[in-house]
Design a protein around this ligand. Sequence first.
Ligand code: ZN
Length: 169
Amino acid sequence: MKVSLGQVRGFSVAEREKLDAATLRLTEVLNSREFRDGVLSATFGGKQGYASESRNPSEVYAAIRAAKENFTASADGEVDLNVSLQSFSWFQRNLVGYTTESSDTLTTNRRFFSSYSPAEVAGHLAHEWLHKLGFEHDFKATARRPDSVPYEVGELVERLAASGTLTPL
Ligand SMILES: [Zn+2]
């Protein structure tokens, strides 16, 4: 799989370097055996699978590999990312970032981005990108939300991105 940055807005040179490092690491994670095995072995409520998701882990993995975003026409196996970095207002200060179903862009809160490692940025990008594939989670911090595809797989990406050498597929 490839990760391709399209429109990138609001980044300084240093911020762009961190984004590029995160993107590179995300690519390595997505193409690793550890990532595949992690996605396939997810459990929720004592059974194989994810919260808020009817597809089984094999189908979830296949959807990730196909990489058919809501705003693109083809399942090209390419992660297409448009990212906008913004300084959120005070009342949104605890929000890491967001995207909407109709949007082709991920918006990231500079307050978090500034303190994040590239691995954490990779996890955040993965979380928001998974929404673009149609994966959802509870809006509120429910007990099952961490077991949803965006949270579970986003955390997996962050963990693997922070770890040492990965085994290519
Ligand atoms: Zn989310």
